[in-house]
Design a binder for this molecule. Structure first.
Ligand code: SF4
Length: 65
């Protein structure tokens, strides 16, 4: 089933990773990163997001500094 909100979600998605088939399909994005013990791009600042490090430890560590 296609995501009816993909276009709207993509317009406000901060992920800069090119060519991802999950872009704008938030349920698949969250599921993918959760299965890798990660968080999706929208948890991170623009600078953090560009590192492509989606790990939970990076997220927590970047809030402590
Ligand atoms: S956060 Fe990950 S799954 Fe989501 S659009 Fe970006 S690269 Fe794809």
């Amino acid at each position: 089933m296609d995501c009816v909100n993909q276009k709207k979600n993509s317009a406000r998605c901060n992920c800069s990773y090119p060519g991802c088939s999950r872009h704008g399909i938030c349920c698949e994005c969250i599921s993918y990163h959760r299965n890798h013990s990660e968080l999706p791009a929208c948890y991170f600042s623009a600078a953090e997001e560009r590192t492509y490090n989606r790990s939970i430890s990076y997220f927590v560590g970047s809030r402590r500094s």
